[in-house]
Design a protein around this ligand. Structure first.
Ligand code: SAH
Length: 220
């Protein structure tokens, strides 16, 4: 596994350099790369994909969903620019891989998964692997998680046609949100939303991406 992980880290770094023109990032924060290196992706993929666990590619996780491509996970994590004491909200737990990486870089991760079975499997994984700063529930992330808001970072890992208002409201001044926005079942624009201390928003596209669709966009 060690060799495969090393190859994956090299591939992520190479893809970061290749996409510099779009993302403006020549290299990712070494802390993000360390978090990727410390997270056993083989524990987050179905057994039949074990051989591909360290490929720089998305893989099916059942229910028509996928674990994202590691390069995209790394880039989205980097864009959040998390500080140690940050509270982060993720919409779309899926396998739990992205949440596990986030949990190494901040104080607390809150993550919501639409498919109850996936939330259940992810919760069991977090417990087994000892990720004790991740809180995961089944539900519709369109409404965010008001109980724990506001968040320093919000990451959406399913393609939305627009940025849900509740998520903008639940972003702390000075916080950052990363979300793929655009037509579903096609390409979307990975979008970075920055809220300044006065609550003003700066919104810009970072990269063209292809995510599975956001479910229940009109709220629960
Ligand atoms: N972050 C995941 C990748 C998830 S794929 C990982 O690391 O494995 C996108 C996930 O978003 C899917 O599991 C899908 O069920 C979930 N999803 C889609 N719409 C959602 C919604 N409205 N609320 C919460 N989760 C949603």
């Amino acid at each position: 596994m060690k060799e495969q992980l090393k190859r994956l880290l090299n591939q992520i770094e190479a893809e970061v350099r290749l996409t510099l023109g779009m993302t403006g990032r020549r290299a990712l924060d070494p802390k993000v790369m360390s978090a990727i290196a410390a997270t056993p992706r083989d524990k987050f993929v179905p057994d039949r994909y074990l051989d591909s666990a360290y490929d720089n590619a998305p893989l099916p996780i059942g229910h028509g969903q996928t674990i994202s491509q590691p390069y995209i996970v790394a880039l989205m994590t980097d864009l959040l620019e998390l500080e140690e004491h940050a509270k982060v909200l993720e919409i779309g737990t899926g396998s739990g891989y992205q949440a596990a990486i986030l949990s190494l870089l901040c104080e607390q991760v809150y993550t919501i998964e639409y498919v109850p079975e996936l939330a259940e499997v992810a919760n069991a994984r977090f417990k087994e692997l000892g990720y004790d700063n991740i809180k995961c529930i089944a539900g519709n992330g369109y409404d965010g998680w008001p109980e724990y808001a506001p968040f320093d970072g919000i990451i959406v890992t399913a393609a939305a046609t627009h940025i849900p208002v509740a998520l903008i409201e639940q972003l702390k001044p000075g916080g950052r949100m990363v979300i793929p926005v655009g037509a579903q079942n096609r390409y979307q624009e990975l979008t970075l939303v920055e809220k300044d201390e006065n609550g003003e928003l700066d919104i810009r596209g970072v990269l063209s991406v292809a995510f599975v669709p956001f479910q229940g966009e009109h709220g629960s």
